[in-house]
Design a protein around this ligand. Structure first.
Ligand code: ATP
Length: 563
């Protein structure tokens, strides 16, 4: 953070602190006999009286101190309530979406487009003046802006890597809220609150100046109201009855603006648009007996996925059909953008909005995943289907230790005693070749390869029999890529995993897969047993991929092709 911002922030904090002290201690310490005479039933400015005596100097100071209490009380109370209401509505509508979000967005639109000053005047006149009327009225117009900003922040966190990774591990709403959404959104509450205090004090002063405060309640705005009523603006009286409350308002608004400026730079939320996802209805899950009989773990029939491009839904995956047998590794290969990740996301029902999926069944162990409701699909992800997402190693939560992240991956699906949990974590770390001393480490203490091993441990910790690995070696250096590939190959053989292995790296895929599907522009253009395809495919695209293999000698190429 820039030094100047820090100075501004601390200056604001000092000014606000001084003003709060003035409001808290002022009325107790400043002798206010003169205020007693005039304050409660304020007689209004009387030039002859105050200009002629020292008492009236104390009178003004006492009134300012009492006024500071009222103005700050209303400002802070309103900000707390408006930020709280706006925060709750923003977080819930951003996270859950659906009809609640639509309803809230329309309500926010309505509130934000209302001409708020006339609205406040009408309400204040209708329910009568007073501090609580002011708090009510100001909250009414203020919560909507907070809700909109906090909703936007919630959406951006919801779509961030750690949340998607946790979701693909099968984490539930409570866990996501506790570990990701609330810690991510909370920092935004503070600048929102500070800005709300500011706006509320200004609005309170405006309302009081317009005569909509309790006549028996002193605030900076009401001092100005009485001053105006007694023509202080036209006489020398403005020096005493206009300038001091005006300066107080300016100082306190400036103080909170400075604090807000500092916090804004510190938090700096990234806002983004979002289309709510439809709720999946519960349907009866049918077993497809023939798939069970044929020892097929996964079968996708005629899958098409569309995304809007220039306003028109355009297919990015077209008519894809795939089968994975028990213990088999199917490779999906194709250049960037060919639709590989989209197929994987569709299998675990995690397509990004606003995708449109049409498929004649995604059968996993004979059951159509399309028919699963949200709860059922969550119990499959990270539990029966292990998922190593693209660039997942960067999606580890940086503030949670390795052991805790592994424990959460288990506890998202299974309850178990601490001893068993600990043993499972140790076993899975050793399984992926990580020394147990890394158990307590945080992700930033690990190298890229070690982080990827943690991700693999996480994907396997619930002992799934089916794993989807989406570009598991991307972003690693060549030596580490080889190590990770060997690790995956060893684990696949030891655990007899069925696997989909996605990559654009043909040598890597040839090494580990039994069969290949070659994708281009969303279509499967070629396919078959890996070695056979590499040796004898006549499809021009497959041949281009093979010929582009960066091998130094023909002998080496032959070695790879024949595994
Ligand atoms: N959320 C989205 N909105 C719009 N288009 C999308 C979205 N996600 C993916 N696409 C489009 O779908 C197509 C396929 O993307 P996908 O990520 O599946 O490709 P890929 O083969 O996995 O590529 P890569 O190897 O780069 O990950 C791309 O053209 C991409 O632009």
């Amino acid at each position: 953070m820039r030094k100047s911002t820090k100075i501004i922030g601390w200056t604001g904090a000092a000014m606000a602190g001084a003003m709060l002290l003035f409001a808290l201690l002022g009325p107790m310490l400043i002798p206010h006999d003169a205020y007693q005479q005039t304050g409660a039933s304020f007689q209004g400015p009387n030039a002859e009286h105050w200009l002629g005596t020292n008492d009236m100097g104390q009178d003004i100071l006492a009134e300012l101190a009492v006024g500071a209490r009222t103005s700050l009380f209303i400002g802070i109370a309103t900000a707390v309530i408006a930020t709280f209401i706006g925060g709750i509505i923003g977080v819930l509508s951003g996270y859950f979406g659906g009809w609640f979000e639509t309803l809230m967005l329309r309500l926010i639109d309505v509130v934000l487009t209302l001409p708020f000053l006339p609205l406040m005047i009408v309400i204040a006149v209708y329910i009568g003046p007073g501090a609580f009327t002011q708090i009510f009225v100001i909250t009414l117009v203020m919560w909507a802006g907070k809700a909109r900003q906090i909703r936007a922040q919630t959406l951006s966190i919801k779509k961030a890597g750690p949340v998607l990774a946790a979701k693909s591990m099968g984490a539930g709403h409570f866990y996501l809220f506790r570990k990701h959404i609330l810690p991510g959104v909370f920092p935004l509450f503070i600048p929102q609150f500070v800005a709300a205090v500011n706006a509320a004090i200004l609005l309170e002063s405006s309302l009081s100046f317009l005569g909509m405060s309790d006549p028996l309640m002193k605030s900076w705005g009401s001092i100005l109201y009485y001053a105006n009523n007694r023509s202080a603006f036209l006489t020398e009286a403005w020096l005493w009855w206009i300038i001091p409350p005006g300066v107080c308002i300016v100082l306190v608004v400036l103080a909170f603006s400075f604090i807000g400026y500092y916090l804004e730079e510190k938090v700096n939320p990234r806002l983004s648009a979002y289309v709510p996802s439809p709720k999946r209805p519960k349907q009866s899950i049918l077993l497809k007996q023939e798939l069970l009989d044929e020892d097929i773990v996964l079968s996708i029939n005629n899958m098409t996925v569309e995304y809007p491009k220039k306003g028109v839904f355009t297919p990015v995956v077209s008519g894809v059909s795939l089968r994975v047998h028990k213990g088999e590794v199917l490779g999906i290969v194709g250049e960037s953008g060919s639709g590989k990740t989209t197929v994987a996301s569709a299998i675990i029902q995690q397509l990004k909005e606003p995708a449109r999926l049409s498929v004649e069944g995604i059968y996993f162990e004979g059951k159509d995943l399309q028919k699963f409701n949200d709860e059922e699909i969550r119990s499959i992800r990270g539990n029966k289907i292990g998922y190593i997402a693209q660039a997942a190693m960067n999606a580890l939560n940086p503030v949670i230790s390795v052991e805790k992240q592994l424990a959460e991956a288990i506890l998202a699906h299974h309850k178990m005693p601490a001893a068993e949990l600990n043993q499972r974590i140790d076993e899975s770390l050793l399984q992926v070749g990580l020394d147990l001393k890394w158990r307590h480490a945080f992700p930033h203490e690990l190298s890229g390869g070690m982080r990827q091993r943690v991700i693999i441990a996480m994907a396997l910790i619930n002992r799934p029999e089916f794993v989807i690995a989406d570009e598991p070696t991307t972003g690693l250096d060549v030596m580490v890529q080889v190590e990770i590939l060997e690790l995956l190959q060893r684990l696949q053989q030891e655990l007899n995993l069925s696997m989909i292995f996605i990559s654009h790296d043909l040598p890597a895929v040839l090494k580990i897969t039994d069969r290949l599907a070659i994708m281009k522009y969303g279509y499967i253009v070629d396919g078959g047993p890996s070695a056979e395809l590499a040796e004898s495919s006549t499809h021009p695209y497959t041949r281009r991929l093979i010929d582009a293999m960066p091998l130094l000698t023909q002998t080496k190429r032959k070695e790879v092709l024949s595994k």
